[in-house]
Design a protein around this ligand. Structure first.
Ligand code: NAD
Length: 272
């Protein structure tokens, strides 16, 4: 997928909010992220922080229309009516009039995914959501969804870092013009001491975190790193003035053990 496609729909990087808690503290972190230049804020009903995210967006100095707010429907709310109700709840909790992007958080059965997708298509038609997408969908989940969908997902948000990177889903998404958002793009810190990463970071005069985020961008994905610290927020967004060479990308391949930080979406871990 080209950077051009990314730029048309979504910024090249977003701000992750998993683990932020307390309405005031979350709102403060979100305002700091917007001040640092982030224009895509990722939350979910399951994170329990939509109130703080909404407040941060509403009270920031940047107009609401310039910030993309993304949330997600949790597996317990899959199905047509339940998804519509879950969306209403997310909107009410966040205190926002509309969401920019609304995702199915994890896939469950084909029937539930399809029913929720119809609900998302309706929300988009009604204008209360600008874009719709999915998260943690494998190729087979996407194939089944696209067989009955009227609209294709704009994004698939998946676990994505040099340790776990699934080429088949990347290729499928590229071929079907679905953008990839990279969750846990910093691999939650576990790769920071890894030798090839430290070496590449030293060669570039960048931090290991910046190299990991740039690696996502080089792969055509949109990383959504999480940090509470304004200093790290600034560090993490400063990745558009350098590139990784082919040699440096190849050097990071040795980190690809396939180990995940989260559950395998094929296991339907969160489903009833
Ligand atoms: P991450 O890879 O973004 O790592 C976050 C950790 O790295 C935090 O401990 C943070 O303090 C630290 N960190 C951040 N910047 C740093 C820096 N510059 N230097 C050193 N340490 C730094 O992990 P994550 O929060 O799991 O993932 C990011 C976002 O992805 C989440 O907040 C959430 O929005 C989203 N997410 C989505 C799903 C999903 O199922 N869709 C699952 C997990 C996460």
């Amino acid at each position: 997928m080209s950077t051009r496609q990314n730029e048309q729909l979504l910024p090249g990087i977003g701000y992750g909010t998993y683990g932020l808690s307390g309405t005031d503290a979350t709102a403060e972190a979100v305002r700091a992220a917007i001040d640092a230049g982030y224009r895509l804020i990722d939350t979910a009903a399951n994170y329990g922080n939509e109130a703080g995210v909404g407040e941060g967006v509403r009270t920031s100095t940047v107009p609401r229309s310039e910030v993309i707010v993304s949330s997600k429907v949790w597996p317990s709310d899959l199905g047509y009516d339940a998804t519509l109700r879950a969306f209403e709840q997310s909107l009410a909790t966040s205190g926002l009039d509309y969401l920019d992007l609304y995702l199915i958080h994890w896939p469950c059965s084909e029937e539930e995914n399809a029913a929720s997708w119809r609900a998302l298509e309706r929300l988009k038609q009604e204008g209360v959501v600008r874009m719709i997408g999915v998260s943690n969908f494998t190729v087979s989940h996407l194939e089944a969804l696209l067989a009955t969908a009227n609209e294709r997902p704009v994004v698939n948000q998946i676990e994505f870092h040099p340790r776990h990177y699934d080429s088949s889903i990347v290729d499928y998404c590229r071929d079907h013009t679905i953008l990839i958002e990279a969750w846990s793009p910093l691999a939650q810190g576990v790769l920071f001491p890894a030798e090839p990463l430290v070496r590449v970071a030293a060669e570039l005069g960048r931090s290991p975190a910046q190299v990991l985020l740039r690696w996502s961008v080089e792969q055509g994905a949109i990383p959504i790193p999480k940090s509470r610290s304004p200093q790290r927020m600034a560090e993490n967004i400063s990745i558009f003035d350098f590139a990784l060479s082919d040699e440096q990308m190849n050097a990071l391949e040795v980190l690809r053990t396939g180990e995940r930080l989260g559950p395998d979406p094929a296991s339907h871990h969160f489903c009833a």
